[in-house]
Design a protein around this ligand. Structure first.
Ligand code: CA
Length: 223
């Protein structure tokens, strides 16, 4: 899962990036509204954390422009405490949720998890596919109840496939959602990672769909 953080306070920006990275996401970052708008307009993020008070271009305008351009990723806005009018303007511009500053990082993480699972059509933080279970809260994976140790990249890969279970995901889409903007993208490496994850899981549920990509399917649907 790939996220964008748009926050002009450098300390807060860094804290958000650190916490989200530790939680298993890959994170791009912008320090002003113009850069943030550009990234959100051109890169495929799974969710965005957007401060409303931003230099160059304010957060509400950024969000309005994204929505006008049919960018539909979930957006969590950061608002000043007790500024109810900010929240209203943010929701009217297309925000999905908000957190008022100052906030506890745990709350931001919980709201991001909720946005990601809702946008993928899941109602709990635990995702299942046959014997595979991932707990997105603790970034834990089990197969038949046994804990599986994955690297952060392998976890991101499995998490993305689990969030989009039953859908064929192209290598390009995986690359775009597993790596940050600065990564030298080579979609051939994805095959290597898929192979490793399959081996660690010990189940054939991640299918290769020739010429199209990969699909994580329930055992009943597997061929
Ligand atoms: Ca700000």
């Amino acid at each position: 899962m790939r996220l964008l953080v748009v926050e002009d306070d450098p300390d807060l920006n860094r804290q958000l990036v650190t916490a989200l990275t530790e939680a298993g996401y890959v994170v791009d970052t912008a320090l002003d509204g113009e850069e943030g708008h550009f990234l959100g307009d051109t890169e495929p993020y799974d969710a965005v954390i957007l401060d409303l008070g931003l230099p160059v271009k304010d957060g509400v305008s950024v969000l309005e422009d994204w929505r006008r351009n049919e960018r539909s990723m979930p957006v969590l806005i950061l608002t000043a405490r007790d500024r109810w009018s900010d929240k209203v303007a943010g929701f009217d511009a297309g925000a999905d949720d908000y957190v008022a500053k100052p906030f506890h990082m745990e709350e931001v993480l919980a709201r991001v998890r909720a946005l990601l699972r809702r946008s993928a059509g899941h109602s709990t933080s635990e995702l299942e596919c046959g014997p595979i279970m991932i707990d997105t809260k603790g970034a834990r994976v089990t197969v038949d109840g046994n804990a599986i140790k994955l690297t952060s990249l392998e976890y991101r890969l499995l998490s993305y496939l689990m969030h989009h279970k039953g859908r064929v995901i192209s290598r390009t889409e995986l690359v775009e959602h597993l790596y940050d903007q600065d990564f030298d993208r080579d979609s051939n490496t994805i095959e290597v990672f898929v192979g490793r994850v399959r081996k660690k899981l010990g189940t054939p549920l991640i299918q290769t769909v020739r010429g199209l990509g990969y699909c994580l399917a329930e055992p009943d649907d597997a061929q």
